[in-house]
Design a protein around this ligand. Structure first.
Ligand SMILES: *Cc1c(COP(=O)(O)O)cnc(C)c1O
Length: 426
């Protein structure tokens, strides 16, 4: 089973049998019909596998989740309605009131807010660590009640690369799993499970969908973390679940299935957040070209970063593919075939130059999005971080002149020519 990532992108997950549709069918049905209520009762008790209500499971979603699970090298996976839901489910499946999370400080703003504000209101506390901290600094962040460690392979928007092995070793030394959000790298460029991560999450809204059409998320479990070895920390997985007639997830579903079954049976049941089967079908079609698109995103990202780095009107460039970038060594280790298409840079002419440059672009559109097949550009100081003063912006590493360009899959020369003409107006 050493199938290439390319073939898995195209053919993973759904395996039609003789006479069945070649394309994953869209099961556009909320519910399933059964002959007896005894049969239905067995499904409700998780005593038998089967579909009965789309909030809990749908064959289209399962086929697409299986493809992403194969791409990441995991044992089980689920789709969610958004990346936010995926990260919340991954964290809340093991960390509840009174528990604690260790997280990298360089993460997506929505996830930072989820952990820092919303989960805090649910009684889950957190300690944020610098993604480039030492092992000693990382160890110091753990508490008795720590239940997991969280980070992003390539942070959005800071573009820091996570030292996955270091974070995994620290997590395991403290008896907890490492959760990695692999949205920006995608399994085409990095498979965190191969470096020790236990659970991988995605906002499939980004490169996996790649066409700015559908919001979605995914949670993938490696099936390797031994919950039973730390029973006291993870009673939700290792002790009877009263809401399911006393099922013990690790006993009934093994290490390979316990985490995702619990997330489906409890969190999806109680909180909803299922992806629509129609969206799962769009996502599946997009995944078929993920490997082809990522190569062009990375080619464009690298060419744009190199072009901007030597341009006299550019003050700085952040892209881990540049040898001058502080994340370059980590990128060589974890992302040898490329990172992503997102490049951050700043202007000698400051905020005003950034604004002029952006309005002069013709290929890259101004949009609050990244990882789209069409190039797009965002000025955080004027949009997502608009409420902050220049001093506050500097403090969180977003200078007023910073522009984030998400290189699409257009022709490289066209993108460079567009940047060059826009820079002339500055
Ligand atoms: C966008 C994003 C999310 C949130 O995903 P949504 O699909 O927008 O809910 C989470 N993590 C990362 C790294 C992201 O870029």
């Amino acid at each position: 089973m050493s199938q290439s990532i390319e073939t898995t992108c195209v053919q993973g997950g759904y395996q039609p049998e003789n006479g069945q549709p070649r394309q994953v069918p869209v099961y556009q049905s909320t519910t399933w019909k059964y002959d007896t209520s005894e049969h239905m009762a067995k499904l409700f008790d998780l005593a038998e596998a089967g579909y009965f209500y789309t909030r809990l499971a749908n064959p289209t979603n399962d086929a697409v989740a299986a493809k992403i699970t194969q791409l990441e090298g995991g044992s089980a996976g689920m789709l969610t309605s958004s990346g936010q839901a995926a990260n919340f489910f991954a964290l809340f499946n093991i960390a509840g009131a009174g528990d604690h999370i260790v997280a990298s400080s360089a993460i997506y703003g929505g996830t930072y807010n989820l952990i820092k504000v919303t989960m805090a209101r649910m009684g889950v506390s957190a300690t944020f660590v610098d993604p480039h901290c030492t092992r000693e600094q990382l160890d110091a962040a753990f508490q008795e009640n720590t239940k997991c460690v969280f980070g992003e392979t390539i942070a959005n928007p800071a573009l820091d690369v996570l030292d996955i092995e270091l974070f995994a070793e620290a997590a395991h030394a403290h008896g907890v799993p490492l959760i990695v959000d692999n949205t920006f790298a995608t399994p085409v460029n990095c498979r965190p499970i191969e470096w020790g991560a236990d659970i991988v999450t995605h906002s499939t809204t980004k490169y996996m969908d790649g066409h700015a059409s559908t919001v979605g998320g995914a949670v993938i479990d490696a099936g390797k973390f031994d919950w039973n070895a730390h029973r006291d920390k993870f009673p939700g997985l290792t002790e009877p679940d009263e809401s399911y007639h006393g099922v013990v997830y690790t006993e009934r579903f093994g290490l390979a299935g316990a985490f995702i079954t619990k997330a489906t049976a409890q969190l999806m049941r109680d909180l909803g957040s299922i992806q629509s089967p129609q969206h799962a079908s769009f996502l599946n079609s997009s995944l078929e070209s993920l490997h082809v698109r990522m190569a062009q995103h990375c080619k464009n990202g690298q060419a744009v970063a190199e072009f901007l780095e030597q341009h006299p009107k550019i003050r700085f460039v952040r892209y881990c593919g540049l040898p001058s970038d502080p994340n370059h060594a980590l990128a060589e280790k974890y992302l040898p075939n490329g990172s992503c298409g997102v490049v951050s840079f700043g202007f000698e002419g400051g905020r005003e130059a950034a604004e002029k440059f952006m309005s002069a672009l013709s290929i890259a559109a101004i949009a609050t999005h990244v990882a789209d097949s069409r190039s797009c550009v965002l000025h955080p100081a004027n949009t997502t971080h608009r409420q902050m003063s220049d001093a506050e912006l500097e403090a969180c590493g977003i200078t007023p002149d910073l522009v984030r360009l998400s290189c699409g899959i257009e022709g490289t020369d066209d993108l460079l020519a567009d940047l060059a003409q826009a820079l002339e107006t500055v």
